[in-house]
Design a protein around this ligand. Structure first.
Ligand code: ZN
Length: 92
């Protein structure tokens, strides 16, 4: 997993969402390890493109990805968030 300096600073800070952010990203690491890099990336991009081709806009296609839903479940399992961060345009 790669964290940008800004993301690493966020995780290491006392920000309440830092641990939840990490839970989300670590779920992607598990997904990656489950099937290997090529299969994971192919599945991720393939599912995204399939949703776009079916008419979904970027934010919706991203949010509905099975990989993102699984990661969000892990994030939310750590507790209720302030719900101020809209990750719909994120890339991770
Ligand atoms: Zn994600």
């Amino acid at each position: 997993m790669f964290l940008s300096p800004a993301a690493a600073a966020f995780v290491l800070s006392d920000a309440p969402d830092g641990a939840r952010f990490l839970a989300h990203e670590l779920t992607h690491v598990r997904q990656y390890r489950r099937s290997g890099a090529a299969v994971f990336l192919g599945s991720y991009v393939g599912e995204y493109l399939g949703r776009r081709l079916a008419g979904a806009r970027h934010a919706q296609a991203y949010r509905d990805l099975s990989f993102e839903r699984e990661a969000e479940e892990a994030r939310l399992a750590l507790g209720k968030t302030s719900d101020v961060d809209d990750r719909s345009t994120g890339s991770g």
